[in-house]
Ligand binder design. Structure first.
Ligand code: MCN
Length: 797
């Protein structure tokens, strides 16, 4: 009986190498004859490029090449493709503009790469990059979503009139209109979801090399899905057969979504390595990352909620503008549609929903998936709206939610926005979180805060997310240009140790531990004897990588399927060794036993027999013990829960302190509670970051005004309280583990809880709205404005 299987809080196997500083990241890879690339990037948000003069740069010491958009065109490199086609409500395809790897004739955002300087050292490349002369002709630009649809706004693409990429809708407009017509109350809210930068600890990097003997390429890259990168490069950008390109994503220091996408730099270093006859390495600078990593969120929405006289939800109407940036990144169109519109029912029982989403081009870097991707935006909108409704109707916020949450007996629950939730118990997670934060004692704590001159606020968010992306047929019908299954190979070695080859990629999520726990659970093998291999297209089966909190639910299920095949094959071998019929043999606690007897063979003995088949059922069973499986899920999984926050605000300075956070999530059957807690902690930190500190700002002309850590504020440990993390488990009904996803829950649930807490604290002063991030300045100004309005009203009366 193993104590290392599902449910064991094992420390992460991978921590040994990370804590010893022995991780091997892309920038750690230095190949013989290594050369280095530095990119010359547009300083304008929109400009015609009349000429790129590389004469001086080419003459500089150590320079091997300066490559431009003309070279990219001459070598017929393909443009960076978009992986998801969204159609507008009139049936037309989205506007899908070209995306050359190096700008050709026009630059469309600050940071758009124009030239690539390659030299024998990084310093030489950097020095020479300063010598590349670009003759720009600045053009009018639009840097902000709010301005991009105004009549006469500068166009990013002529083909996209009004800068509209697509105009999509979901739900039933007529039913929703009827619901609003019959409503006793209608609550309206305008809100923005701020733009954030992912800021993984390791910046992006890529190292490409060409092997003349094999006429093949190797690319080391900071990627969450090496096979997808290989597929896109083989089919669309580099144009080489897949077997001529090996993509390795070694240790990756965080991604949070931003490393899913195929970026120009990984294509360019690979292509250039053949031209210069040396490996070419590029490592992003931090300020370069702010300007070139895909950002997240950036929505402007108008939402309306219809309620009956008793506070029961009747309908929801949403109009959203979603920023795409200047080019379409790999999954960008899917984020504000199939990961947002489909989530607008949240955990609530809504009879009618209608959502319209316009995707808008601006002269900014691309916006794509960032931890949560669409689901935080849906949750933020709903939870702010529900709080506003409670206030407007004079109903307690918790009671209004309780009244409208989908009940446990309503599952499977078909929403009005396409998704069918398989299982959950939202009332249970709500009660658990309320207990954890001691909601009963809140008024006492509020009085104590007041005695210290502080305003205390309580914030709540009940949320749902869809993850474990997802059935290939469904996403295909919705416009995905890839399948979204997962693959695994289990190789049992002769002495019974096991290697797991997975198509998912771990870049901080602890797969080397949790996937080993699945092996321990199924085979009874110690996790010390399990090795998890990922991130190398030459070693792992074709898989779709890691995003959308899919690795446990989809990748883990593929592993379990392959383990079941191993167990079945082992049973035949064991039956032969035990001189029994396979039907009489069971596999329990790591041993094959003849049912009802004490005759048994340990798993290791069976594995040995498979590789030394002297006494073996050779006519019916092949030697060896290695099995593969592909797993395409039947549905998404639907984690959900309640996030509660208490804040204290200093009314003199506007500083908001998060003093308590209690969350209760349902992430299905838990493989490793310590890792699940850690994942929740990380997501919470990022969610609180967005709510209080972080925002990428472009000015009206598209200049990035806060692209450094001097200007872009990230949360630090001292800004966060100890989190109280609880779980209530309902097992996913359609995967073999019963697991749902946990990687994004914190970032999804907590931002509205923080803002709702801030507004709760400020409400007595007359503040009714505040946008993310609730910085001290913004809070202070809101307090002053409310005070001034109160004084004016007082005078008027
Ligand atoms: N797990 C578990 N029990 C469950 C669910 C999950 O033990 N019921 C474990 C899994 O086995 C895995 C971890 O928790 O070890 C996260 O699993 P899962 O929810 O499947 O998410 P993924 O592994 O697919 O990771 C992706 C997810 C996403 S989408 C983002 S964004 C994110 C996140 O994970 N980026 C991260 N967490 C991150 N953590 C780190 N350190 N770095 C990132 O870039």
């Amino acid at each position: 009986m193993t104590t290392q299987g599902i449910g064991a809080a094992l420390r992460r196997k991978e921590d040994r190498r990370f804590l010893l500083g022995k991780g091997s990241y892309t920038d750690d890879v230095t190949l013989p004859n290594q050369s280095y690339a530095v990119f010359v990037r547009s300083m304008y948000a929109h400009a015609k490029i009349n000429k790129v003069d590389a004469t001086a740069a080419l003459a500089a010491p150590g320079v091997l090449a300066v490559l431009t958009g003309d070279d990219v065109a001459a070598d017929n490199l393909g443009g960076i493709p978009c992986g998801w086609l969204v159609k507008s409500k009139d049936g037309s395809n989205m506007v899908e503009p070209p995306h050359p790897a190096l700008a050709q004739g026009v630059a469309r955002h600050v940071g758009d790469p124009i030239a690539m300087v390659i030299a024998t050292s990084k310093a030489a490349a950097r020095a020479a990059a300063g010598l590349v002369e670009i003759d720009y002709e600045p053009l009018p630009a639009v840097g902000r979503l709010a301005d991009a649809t105004a009549p006469g706004a500068p166009l990013v693409w002529d083909a996209a009139q009004g800068n509209v990429c697509f105009d999509w809708h979901l739900g039933d407009a007529a039913t929703t209109d009827a619901a609003f017509a019959s409503a006793a109350h209608v609550v309206k809210l305008d809100l923005t979801n701020s733009r954030v930068a992912p800021n993984a600890m390791e910046p992006r990097a890529a190292n490409g090399s060409y092997d003349t003997a094999g006429d093949s390429y190797t690319l080391y890259t900071t990627s969450q899905n090496p096979h997808l990168i290989r597929l896109l490069m083989a089919a669309f950008t580099l144009h080489v057969p897949e077997h001529k390109l090996r993509v390795i994503a070694p240790d990756v220091g965080g991604g949070f979504g931003s490393k899913i996408f195929h970026y120009a730099e990984e294509l360019l270093v690979t292509w250039a390595s053949r031209r210069v006859g040396r490996p070419v390495k590029w490592t992003c600078e931090r300020s370069e990352a702010f300007a070139t990593d895909a950002h997240g969120r950036d929505h402007i929405s108008h939402a309306e909620l219809a309620l009956d006289a008793h506070g029961k939800f009747l309908g929801l109407r949403v109009q959203t503008l979603a920023n795409m940036g200047a080019y379409l990144s790999t999954f960008a169109p899917a984020v504000p549609t199939y990961l947002y519109g489909t989530l607008l029912s949240g955990p609530y029982d809504f009879p009618a929903i209608y959502a319209e989403v316009k995707a808008i081009f601006t002269h900014t870097v691309a916006v794509d998936a960032y931890r949560g991707a669409g689901r935080p935006e849906a949750t933020y909108l709903l939870e702010r709206l529900v709080d506003k409704a409670a206030r407007q109707l004079g109903i307690d916020r918790i009671e209004l939610r309780r009244k409208n949450l989908i009940r446990a007996d309503q599952f499977p629950y078909q929403t009005q926005v396409a998704l069918q939730y398989d299982i959950g118990d939202y009332h249970a997670t709500l009660d658990l979180a309320l207990q954890a934060i001691d909601h009963a004692g809140y008024e006492k704590r509020k009085a104590a805060s007041a005695a210290r001159g502080k305003l205390r606020g309580f914030g709540i968010s009940t949320y749902i997310e869809a993850c474990g992306i997802a059935p290939s047929a469904l996403v295909g019908a919705l416009g995905a240009r890839a399948g979204l299954y997962e693959a695994a190979t289990i190789r049992v070695h002769p002495t019974g140790s096991v290697s797991v080859f997975t198509g998912t990629h771990s870049h901080g999520q602890g797969h080397e531990t949790t996937f080993a726990q699945l092996v321990a659970e199924k085979l009874g093998v110690s996790t010390d004897n399990v090795d998890v291999v990922h991130g190398d297209t030459d070693r792992i089966p074709f898989g779709m990588g890691t995003y959308g909190s899919r690795s446990a639910a989809v990748g883990g299920s593929a592993i379990v399927k392959a383990l079941d095949k191993i167990i079945d094959k082992g049973k035949k071998i064991a039956a032969h060794l035990l001189e029994a019929s396979p039907g009489d043999v069971e596999f329990v606690d790591g041993s094959y036993r003849v049912v009802g007897t004490d005759k048994a063979k340990a798993f290791g003995e069976v594995a040995f027999a498979a590789y030394v088949p002297h006494n073996y059922p050779i006519d019916t069973v092949e030697p060896g013990l290695e099995e593969s499986a592909f797993y395409d899920p039947k549905n998404f999984t639907f984690p959900g829960g309640t996030h509660l926050v208490e804040v204290e605000i200093d009314p003199e300075t506007g500083v908001v302190e998060v003093v308590d956070v209690a969350i209760s999530d349902d992430v299905g059957v838990i493989i490793n509670p310590m890792i699940v807690d850690g994942q929740a902690h990380g997501g919470l930190a990022q969610g609180i970051g967005q709510a209080l500190y972080e925002e990428v700002r472009y000015d009206a002309e598209g200049q990035l005004t806060n692209g450094t850590y001097m200007d872009y504020c990230m949360p630090r440990a001292a800004d966060l309280p100890n989190f109280k993390v609880g779980n209530h488990v309902t097992a996913c009904t359609h995967n073999p583990i019963g697991v749902k996803g946990v990687g994004e829950v914190g970032a999804i649930g907590v931002p509205p809880a923080v803002i709702n807490a801030v507004l709760d604290a400020l409400h007595p002063l007359g503040v009714t709205d505040i946008s993310m991030p609730a910085t001290p300045e913004k809070v202070w100004r809101a307090i002053q404005a409310a005070k001034a309005a109160g004084q004016t009203a007082g005078k008027g009366a």
